[in-house]
Design a protein around this ligand. Structure first.
Ligand SMILES: Cc1cc2nc3c(=O)[nH]c(=O)nc-3n(C[C@H](O)[C@H](O)[C@H](O)COP(=O)(O)OP(=O)(O)OC[C@H]3O[C@@H](n4cnc5c(N)ncnc54)[C@H](O)[C@@H]3O)c2cc1C
Length: 563
């Protein structure tokens, strides 16, 4: 291939695993290139919570939380399991993940990335064998984006516009209910005021993670380009991937890749045609992913023979669309799990445990919709809820935007029957649903859907609520309701990869020179979401694995700075 430039490893996209892979390549004295098609680095990863699900990590050991490779394997066996239609989650791939994830964290720490663990974020199937109740989540500490200098504005912003630590994120919305919540609110306010005085630009969550990665990538002198969309993979006569054709700042460039190409180009959540093909009944408009999540690299890998799997799967996330919302979308996962509220389908029936993980909730919502209209569903709540908890991202007890009522987005009724009338639901049906739910809230046991039966359910609730942190009666008017949809934070299917992150053909052989990570691939977690960080974690881990393999780094050896 006659090329304009040549690198050792060409990395397509700047999401989770990209800068990790590039740092591996640099640490081994070789030259990586990162090509990002949008005008900002970081991908959906920078927008995200930035949590990584890392079993048996060093922070758990530090804090005396028991875990081991065997325990993590037991857990993944139980919740992911072995299925013919999830080859990305094969037993050897799961084992490789369990082994490589803690090693990847060691590599990041050695590279100067400041990480920690969340003290309490239960695995999502917290009653399954091998689950860790305290959780296996790792996140980046707050980052002062001033360290990026003139590159600060090249980083994609996070979905939380204030500098909140991951540990504070869950407490802040409870500031009306707990003293700790009030303290956290004061602390965040003080942090923001001090930052103004001292010229700091604190950022949190996924932006902190990707900001820290970006800082180290800049220090390492890694060549990273925005407005650089890869359009084609180049192969030689033997089918080996030897480079890419990219449009960089409007000009076509042919770029050679001596040791391989890594695709970390996200999924296809924003490509309606692909959604119609693989996930009919879902909408790109319900996705919270970054704008570059348009799937063309998955199609390009398929063109040169890559096999794909579980393209019908997404990481669902309950999403509402209140008028005048700055982001256009409000992710309402934890709001739906708060006491004094319940979810009903369009017939007024309850059909699901509202406090389960977002992915399984949305799977349940779409399944329900096959028999009873449930897309959208209604979140019904009372005035106690409105006073104590956030409503579609607004502060507890705050006056809601008049447009919410004027445009009929937020329904209100003095009685349950009035509310039902506003929502075009049979009043008697809604009344009986609410009365049954209220009995469960008073006894603390949900006999229908076991809401509150797991540690994770209760984590999402309000620990000051008794007898169950997950439920409270819906009994004090006025009553409210809004509709929400099975939105997503990413698709979960893509090309099939092996234990070395090599892209496989239908016959199971690897396409030489082609690696993939992140949600461009069929997830190592199959159709399950074992815990917070089950998307960003694998993106980093397989990026790390791919770069090590392509650069010839022996298994078990952690590439060190300057080696
Ligand atoms: C609000 C929110 C919170 C979330 N929180 C978490 C969390 O805490 N933990 C977790 O595990 N998951 C979380 N998720 C999901 C998670 O963020 C994503 O699934 C994950 O970040 C995807 O990472 P990735 O590396 O695969 O892709 P991305 O981070 O999306 O990166 C892909 C990049 O590739 C670029 N690209 C695409 N095509 C091309 C091309 N042709 N040429 C060049 N570049 C291209 C894209 O523009 C993009 O920048 C969250 C998502 C959202 C929206």
């Amino acid at each position: 291939m006659a090329c304009d430039e040549e690198f050792d490893f060409v990395i397509v996209g700047s999401g989770g695993g990209s800068m990790c892979a590039a740092l591996v390549v640099k640490a081994m004295g070789l030259e990586p290139l990162i090509l990002e098609k949008t005008d900002l680095f970081g991908g959906t990863t920078a927008k995200s919570g930035g949590i990584m699900w890392i079993p048996n990590n060093r922070f758990m050991k530090r804090d005396g939380i028991a875990d081991s490779a065997e325990q993590a394997t037991t857990y993944l066996d139980a919740v992911v399991g072995d299925h013919n239609d999830t080859p990305g989650a094969s037993r050897p791939r799961r084992a490789a993940y369990v082994e490589q994830a803690p090693e990847m964290v060691e590599f990041l720490i050695d590279q100067g990335i400041k990480l920690d663990r969340h003290p309490y974020w239960p695995d999502y199937y917290s009653s399954a064998p091998g689950a860790v109740i305290e959780g296996r989540t790792v996140f980046a500490e707050l980052f002062d984006a001033s360290a990026l200098g003139k590159h600060r504005h090249k980083l994609r912003p996070n979905f939380v516009p204030v500098p909140v630590k991951s540990t504070e994120m869950w407490e802040l919305p409870l500031f009306k209910a707990t003293w700790l919540g009030k303290w956290v609110l004061a602390k965040v306010g003080l942090r923001m005021a001090l930052a103004k005085l001292t010229g700091k630009h604190w950022i949190g969550s996924g932006a902190a993670l990707q900001g820290r990665m970006f800082e180290q990538a800049l220090k390492a002198g890694i060549d990273m380009r925005t407005n650089a969309a890869v359009e084609r993979l180049e192969t030689d006569e033997a089918g080996r991937v030897i480079g890419v054709v990219a449009r960089i700042d409007g000009r076509e460039r042919r770029i050679g890749a001596r040791r391989g190409v890594l695709i970390n180009a996200g999924g296809f959540a924003r490509n309606q045609a692909m959604r119609d093909r693989y996930q009919p009944g879902t909408s790109a408009a319900w996705s919270a992913t970054a704008p570059g999540d348009t799937g063309e690299m998955i199609e390009e890998m398929m063109r040169i023979g890559a096999a794909v799997a579980q393209m019908d799967e997404m990481v669902g996330n309950q999403a509402a669309f209140p008028p005048e919302n700055a982001d256009g979308i409000a992710l309402v996962v934890s709001e739906i799990a708060k006491p004094h509220s319940l979810v009903v389908d369009q017939s007024g029936a309850r059909y699901i445990n509202e406090s389960q993980s977002y992915m399984s909730f949305c799977q349940g919502m779409l399944a329900r919709h096959k028999t009873v209209p449930a897309v959208p569903s209604w979140l019904v709540f009372d005035s106690q809820y409105a006073t104590r908890y956030m409503v579609a991202g607004t502060m507890p007890g705050s006056t809601k935007p008049p447009a919410w009522f004027e445009r009929g987005w937020l329904k209100r009724g003095a009685t349950i029957e009035d509310l039902a009338h506003e929502c075009a639901i049979d009043p008697a049906r809604l009344r009986s649903t609410v009365e049954r739910f209220n009995q469960f809230a008073r006894s603390g046991v949900d006999e229908d859907f076991d809401r509150g039966g797991r540690h994770y359910d209760r984590f999402l609730g309000d620990r000051t609520q008794a007898p169950s942190p997950s439920m409270g009666p819906v009994e004090k008017g006025p009553f409210y309701a809004y509709q929400f949809y099975p939105g997503d934070v990413g698709t979960y299917g893509g090309v099939i990869t092996d234990v070395d992150a090599r892209v496989l053909r239908e016959d199971g052989t690897p396409i030489p020179g082609l690696y993939a990570t992140g949600i461009s691939t069929a997830s190592v977690m199959g159709r399950a979401y074992p815990g917070a960080g089950a998307s960003v974690g694998p993106s980093f881990v397989w990026g790390y694995v791919a770069a090590k393999h392509a650069m010839g780094c022996p298994p078990g050896q952690v590439p060190r700075k300057g080696e």
